[in-house]
Write a protein that binds this ligand. Structure first.
Ligand SMILES: *[C@@H]1O[C@H](CO)[C@@H](O)[C@H](O)[C@H]1NC(C)=O
Length: 420
């Protein structure tokens, strides 16, 4: 009788075998990513790239390839030691947030760096420190595998900028990624209270077509076993697997790893309204309307849905945002956009001290619109916690707190009805 009862509860999905380290579904995820720390991004820390003196150094791959390794290693080590410290975790907690998402590349695992791959390892001790700091400060940490062998999207933030990514074109790359994922799981599988979720891969570039999507789907399915069954088939972990939408509508993934057979899977989507000419041409109200319009479709997904990246930025004006040496659509300096130039980037990016009062009000409204909308689903993780001083501060949660466009309590909204 007992067996029958359990089975019938399972079939309705009302009993979950997982006890996650955070009550996903009943409490809202509010968090930030520690972008640009354990995976370099030229626009978050431009000085690290500028000080190489070599304009061909555009990502972490070329950072290791095109300069002396001792010099590169020293620069990376200094950055890892200083860009994020435990005081950041205390400030994140004090800002009323409950999650930190930490991007890391496969090359953090030294044994997984293949021959001819110029990456420099050394990030793992910092990931472990981050877990300790999150634990000390009562924050939940999501490990986000942000860079895979071959690059899953060709962005500089995958570690290796390239016109067409090659992760999905080579089964060895995908197998290596699963090996790395298993190593991540092995590190934290008994610590779901503090590391409740693992994101198996950031932003595989599904817009390149069905080949990428087929490989990604299989990889998500393999990741379910790797994240939820690290002890073998008889026992599940309490670690939630986070899959991504791969730039497809969330509905594309309906039926992939969904309840009730596959409990403990969340999906995340990234919402930016600035990486195309039509978007940088939108008015403030159009930006707000766009994000408000996402709420109902987010809420209609039949599983935990998190907006895992977003920003109050409304332009692509941040230096190197589109890549080192690449300009902005907003001011027409991006190749092919001079005819659709919107205006000067002055005052839209850089130091918050250059931002007008009305721009800061715009940032506040756009921030609140997104928070209101994304909390219709399971919540949000803003990109990003901090940027180097004086650069791209419209993207920085920390600068937003200091300059008033982000409230010191994320539930304290000035425009609570902005999406109505
Ligand atoms: C596939 O990638 C691996 C490294 O992950 C490399 O050693 C191998 O040569 C690649 N195969 C092809 C056919 O490109």
């Amino acid at each position: 009788m007992r067996v029958v009862l359990v089975l019938s509860l399972l079939s309705t999905g009302s009993v979950l075998a997982i006890s996650p380290g955070f009550p996903y579904g009943s409490s809202k995820v509010r968090g930030v990513s520690l972008g640009g720390w354990l995976v370099l991004e030229p626009w978050i820390t431009p000085s690290i790239f500028d000080s190489t003196g070599n304009p061909a150094i555009v990502d972490e791959w070329t950072f290791g390839q095109l300069q002396s390794r001792p010099v590169a290693t020293a620069a990376l080590t200094k950055h890892w030691d200083t860009f994020i410290t435990e005081s950041d975790f205390a400030a994140i907690k004090a800002a009323g947030l409950n999650h930190v998402r930490v991007p890391i590349g496969y090359w953090a695992f030294e044994l997984e760096v293949g021959p001819g791959e110029p990456y420099i390892s050394g990030q793992l001790p910092y990931l472990n420190k981050a877990i300790t700091w999150a634990t000390n400060n009562g924050l939940k940490l999501i490990i986000d595998l942000h860079g895979a062998p071959g690059s899953q999207n060709g962005y500089d933030n995958s570690g290796h900028r390239m016109p067409y990514p090659t992760w999905h074109t080579n089964v060895t790359n995908v197998q290596r990624t699963s090996t790395v994922l298993k190593k991540i799981v092995a590190m934290v599988k008994d610590n779901a209270a503090n590391v409740p979720a693992i994101q198996a891969l950031n932003e595989p570039a599904g817009y390149f077509g069905p080949d990428v999507l087929a490989v990604t789907k299989k990889y998500w399915e393999d990741s379910f076993s790797n994240v939820r069954y690290p002890y073998g088939s008889a026992r599940k972990s309490d670690t939630v697997l986070v899959i991504g939408d791969a730039f497809q509508p969330l509905s594309y993934w309906n039926g992939v790893l969904t309840n009730p057979s596959y409990e403990g899977v969340a999906i995340e989507t990234h919402i930016y309204t600035l990486f195309s000419v039509p978007e940088v041409r939108m008015s403030e109200q159009e930006h707000i309307n766009t994000v408000c319009g996402k709420g109902s479709s987010l809420a209609s997904v039949d599983r935990w849905t998190i907006v895992g990246e977003w920003s109050p930025a409304m332009t692509d004006c941040a230096k190197y945002l589109n890549g080192r040496g690449i300009g902005s659509r907003y001011d027409g300096s991006y190749e092919g956009t001079s005819a659709t130039r919107v205006g000067s980037c002055a005052g839209w990016s850089g130091s918050a001290s250059t931002f007008s009062a009305s721009y800061k009000t715009s940032l506040r409204k756009f921030w609140e619109a997104q928070v209101s909308s994304y909390e219709k689903a399971e919540g949000w993780i803003q990109w990003t916690w901090k940027t180097e001083a004086g650069v791209a501060e419209e993207w920085s949660y920390k600068s937003g707190l200091a300059n008033g466009w982000i409230p010191s309590d994320p539930t304290n909204l000035i425009y609570p009805n902005i999406c109505r």
